[in-house]
Write a protein that binds this ligand. Structure first.
Ligand code: ATP
Length: 295
């Protein structure tokens, strides 16, 4: 279980988008019952880990927004891993190259935590199953189990009950993040489930994925949080409208925002739209869906 001191390993942490996000009700434990179709995108962080003698953890990143202490989800994932396997923790020096926008609704922190778990399993406990690793991930955060397996999946419950789905057909994805954070608890607090005017057609979205029908998928992309966004975040809906006017097949906020994504049928169309959005926004990215198994 102990790698040689001086050993280094690294793993890719992909960003995620919500092709749909629905809130079905409030649970007895206070959490909301969710149904979300999740999709990994190629925009990714790199999580690197050096193994040392001794049991200290250190973390650093090229982004000032990533915590360099035990609040970092890669750090928390490492601690959870060694607690779960009951092994003595080696010294770990974690370095995160950050490309996924932070506090963006793209699960960047959860994905770094998931990458850390995949890395530790690969290096130290290859007999560990995906289910065992996802159970450790669930103790780190609700989105971590999904980020461990990645690609396309339906997430229910708090986000930890996962069903694999066929991949999003090839397309180009435009991302635009306005320069303000949106508090996830504030958005959940604004939701009155019975007053939500629209819900995504999650079953229809899953069927469209099964059929590889990109147009059918695009018709069903929807996030219920858009309906309860406080007026001060109106720019999110403006970006969505701008993408639709700039030939997106669909556009939506991801997670609790504020990033908006648009699905484009060609890289050229996405590039043209990106050029327009870059006049007003600093964080604009052109990416694509990721397919294949991460585990
Ligand atoms: P989600 O989509 O899961 O709501 P998010 O994309 O909105 O997540 P993150 O980028 O994961 O948000 O970051 C949210 C907060 O988590 C940040 O304010 C940051 O302090 C903290 N955090 C902890 N670890 C990390 C990490 N490795 N990378 C980025 N943020 C991290």
């Amino acid at each position: 279980m102990r790698p040689p001191a001086g050993h280094t390993a690294q793993e890719t942490a992909y960003g995620k988008l919500n092709l749909s996000l629905d809130i079905l009700g409030r649970r007895e434990d206070g959490y909301h019952e969710l149904a979300m179709v999740m999709q990994s995108v190629a925009l990714c962080d790199t999580v690197r880990c050096d193994f040392y003698e001794g049991g200290e953890i250190a973390a650093e990143s090229d982004s000032p927004y990533v915590p360099a202490d035990s609040r970092n989800l890669a750090w928390r994932a490492a601690e959870a891993f060694f607690r779960a396997v009951g092994a003595e923790q080696p010294g770990l020096s974690i370095r995160i190259e950050k490309r996924i926008p932070v506090s963006a609704g793209m699960a960047g922190g959860s994905s770094d935590g998931a990458a850390m778990l995949r890395l530790l399993r690969r290096e130290l406990a290859p007999a560990f199953s995906q289910g065992e690793l996802e159970a450790i991930g669930a103790s780190v955060g609700s989105d971590v189990p999904y980020c461990i397996r990645g690609t396309t999946a339906l997430a229910r419950g708090r986000g930890e009950l996962l069903t694999d789905l066929p991949p999003l057909p090839p397309c180009t994805i435009l991302l635009c993040k306005p320069d303000f954070p949106i508090s996830t608890p504030e958005l959940f607090g604004a939701v009155r489930v019975r007053r939500l005017r629209f819900h995504p057609d999650t079953a229809g979205l899953c069927r469209a994925l099964e059929a590889g029908d990109l147009e059918g998928i695009c018709r069903r992309i929807y996030n219920v949080f858009e309906d309860v966004l406080p007026r001060r975040f109106g720019q999110v809906l403006e970006i969505k409208q701008a993408m639709l006017q700039l030939d997106a097949m669909a556009a939506s906020m991801t997670g609790s925002g504020p990033t908006v994504f648009g699905i484009y049928g060609s890289p050229e169309a996405a590039d043209r739209a990106a050029e327009v959005l870059r006049r007003d926004f600093r964080q604009v990215y052109v990416t694509r869906p990721v397919q294949g198994n991460f585990f």
